[in-house]
Write a protein that binds this ligand. Structure first.
Ligand SMILES: [Zn+2]
Length: 225
């Protein structure tokens, strides 16, 4: 046993139980109950800009300990949840034959941005941490600040897709887009709800000249089949 494990015992990324044995991320219970999506493609070839389309792939269902982990990550308490989610998203996508791309097809991972205020409050943008861990596993460079999220936006969680699409227009705008012209991008986020956020961000990336945009999210509240 590594002596550091006694001083800083490793904890389950989702339920915080102290880990035993060789488990690196999850306790036995969380690993057994992990709600991996069967049909990981939640949105398929949705037209978003001119002839460009967007597909969205989700690794886990937003339920149980995944939901608890994401909530604590959102309140700035547990950045290590994001590291686990990025790793898991890579694992699920690479093992699924529904994800029909090679990771080497992509030039950059682009995280969905957070406002400056949120980053200051949490200490991090959880989508960036997920992108970092996912990108490291997939061997794809992460490019931050490609999209900017403006401040003073009211919470959207209670709105339906049409209302959310209206409410996200103008919230996101292009940032440092010079490098993405003609490039293939993976847009990364923590959770897919209606899809309004990833659709708006994909639109911005395509308008800025991206070749292909595919979105991946660590979790979704949408039903699995
Ligand atoms: Zn656990």
């Amino acid at each position: 046993m590594n002596p550091l494990d006694i001083i800083f015992p490793k904890k389950c990324a989702l339920c915080m139980e102290t880990l035993s044995g060789d488990n690196n991320f999850l306790c036995e219970k969380c690993e057994k109950d992990l709600p991996v999506m069967k049909h990981i493609c939640a949105i398929e070839n949705l037209p978003v800009y001119n002839d460009k389309t967007l597909s969205v792939y989700c690794a886990l269902r937003y339920t149980g300990t995944v939901k608890k982990g994401i909530v604590s990550m959102k309140y700035g308490e547990r950045p290590q949840v994001a590291e686990f989610l990025g790793y898991m998203t890579y694992e699920v996508l690479s093992q699924s034959d529904i994800f029909d791309y090679e990771f080497s097809d992509f030039d950059y991972v682009v995280p969905v941005p957070a406002t400056k205020e949120k980053i200051k409050m949490r200490g991090y943008n959880q989508a960036k941490l997920i992108a970092d861990s996912f990108g490291e596993m997939a061997g794809i460079e992460v490019l931050d600040n490609v999209i900017i999220k403006n401040s003073n936006v009211e919470s959207q969680s209670l709105l339906d897709l049409a209302a959310r699409q209206k409410s996200v227009a103008g919230i996101y705008e292009p940032g440092d887009v010079e490098k993405i012209k003609g490039k293939n991008l993976i847009l990364a986020d923590d959770i897919l709800t209606t899809g309004a956020t990833v659709i708006e961000c994909a639109k911005i990336l395509y308008k800025a000249g991206a070749g292909l945009v595919v979105a991946v999210t660590a979790s979704t509240g949408k039903k699995d089949i």
